[in-house]
Each structure stands twice: as structure tokens, then as C-alpha cells.
Design a binder for this molecule. Structure first.
Ligand code: IPE
Ligand code: MG
Length: 231
């Protein structure tokens, strides 16, 4: 969700106004995904690298998150959304941590969609955490499989993302879902996140739908697998 600051500056508003508008865009995004039947959504909300921002901006972001969660929690639960966090909560301010824990536990029965917030998240750090967990289990080298490692990531039990969207014209992954996005499709748009509305989402999904995903195979192999499935 990139471009809140530039969106605001281009309108003569403060960066805080941009972040506020960004939360509204996130709400519309999640609602539309739910309507379309998307079962897993991960929003890159705050990276470990974002701690380098001015203190005031960081505390504004966490306050905004707490206020937003308190306000939207009931609606989230009613819609069957299960909230989940990718990232180390222990480093977040106390009130933020508490509000998140409450929201995660209250929404745990949601079965329509899992909404992951990547918060204090770093893809590299997540892979390192997983390695440490495997070491602690004293796994033999042969037992260290992709499945074993994936089971230790924050995303354990969830499918890899089909589509990764980055807004605001930046062409980077910035430490997002490094392991999980190995075969994801990417969609980059110049649109700033607060302007990324349902129409923009549909554009991204149409683009995605036009792609051929081969997962390293040839077209002939895929056609054969497809005809086998249908016979
Ligand atoms: C994304 O918008 C929001 C967060 C990272 C929390 P930015 O704040 O990165 O907006 P720009 O990149 O300065 O425009
Ligand atoms: Mg940015």
C-alpha cells in the first residue's frame, strides 16, 4: 500500500491525511476482495524498515491502526473476516499490541476471508525465524524441506499469493513475502494507494486473468496435464 505520502503532498495535505485516506482505500479493497471471493489478502501495513521514519509519523500510524480496528471490528466479524498478523507484535506499542490481540481473537471464527496485516514485518527476518525454529527442533539436514521451512513462516497453512500488487510506481518487492511470492504474478501501477479503488482492483485482476502461469513448465506439458484432468 504505497504512495499515501505523495498522494497527500500532491493535494497540499499532510502525510497523516494521506495515511487516513489510505485506510479508507484498504477498507474498500478488502470489501471488494470479499465480494469477489478472494479468500486470502495480505496488506503490507508496516515494515521493519519503516521504523526509520520520524517518531511522530510512526505513532500516528499506530494510533490510526488502533482507531481503525476498534471502529471496523464489528463489521469485520459480521463479514466473516479472520484477522491475522504477519510480524513480531512484541515490538509494537502496548495499546497497539492489545488492540490487535483482541481483534485477532474476536475474529478467529471468520471463515470467508483471512486478512493478514504484515506489521513490523520483514520477509528476510521471517525466513531467518523459520531457520532458527528448524534448528531448535534439531532437524536432520535431509528433513529440512521446503514444506518444513514454510510451516514455520507467518504464512504457514495459507496458500502462496497468486497476485502481488504494488502501487505508486515503485518497482520493488521491499522485503514483502520473499519466500511466498516465488511464483506470484506481479502488478505494478502508478496509482497512489489512496486512489486504488475497486475499479483499480478490477483492472489489476483483469490483467492477472490474462496471464499464462506455467510454473516452470512448457505450454505442451500444461495442455497435457489439463487434458488428463478433464478425461
Ligand atoms: C505507504 O505510503 C504507507 C506506509 C508505508 C505505512 P507512504 O507513506 O510510503 O507514502 P510515500 O511513499 O511517502 O508516498
Ligand atoms: Mg512509500
Amino acid at each position: 500500500m504505497d504512495g499515501n505520502g505523495r498522494w497527500a503532498t500532491s493535494r497540499g495535505l499532510s502525510r497523516s491525511d494521506g495515511h487516513k485516506a489510505g485506510t479508507e482505500a484498504a477498507k474498500e479493497f478488502v470489501t471488494e476482495c470479499l465480494k469477489l471471493g478472494v479468500q486470502h489478502v495480505t496488506l503490507y501495513t508496516f515494515s521493519r524498515e519503516n521504523w526509520a521514519r520520524p517518531k511522530e509519523e510512526i505513532s500516528f500510524l499506530f494510533d490510526l491502526l488502533v482507531r481503525f480496528m476498534r471502529r471496523e471490528m464489528d463489521a469485520l466479524i459480521k463479514q466473516g473476516i479472520r484477522l491475522n498478523i504477519f510480524g513480531d507484535l512484541s515490538e509494537l506499542p502496548f495499546t497497539t499490541r492489545q488492540a490487535i490481540k483482541t481483534a485477532v481473537s474476536l475474529s478467529s471464527g471468520g471463515s470467508k476471508m483471512t486478512l493478514n496485516l504484515a506489521l513490523n514485518y520483514s520477509g528476510r527476518d521471517d525466513i531467518m525465524r523459520a531457520c532458527k525454529a528448524l534448528c531448535k527442533k534439531k532437524l536432520a539436514p535431509e528433513a529440512i524441506t521446503e514444506q518444513a521451512l514454510a510451516a514455520e513462516l507467518y504464512s504457514a497453512g495459507q496458500p502462496d499469493p497468486d497476485l502481488v500488487i504494488r502501487t505508486s510506481g515503485e518497482l520493488r518487492l521491499s522485503n514483502f513475502l520473499l519466500w511466498e511470492s516465488a511464483y506470484s504474478e506481479f502488478y505494478f501501477t502508478e496509482t497512489y494507494w489512496p486512489d486504488f479503488d475497486s475499479a483499480e482492483l478490477h483492472k489489476a485482476l483483469e490483467d492477472y486473468a490474462s496471464r499464462g502461469r506455467r510454473f516452470g513448465k512448457t505450454d505442451a506439458q500444461l495442455a497435457e496435464a489439463e487434458s488428463g484432468k478433464n478425461s
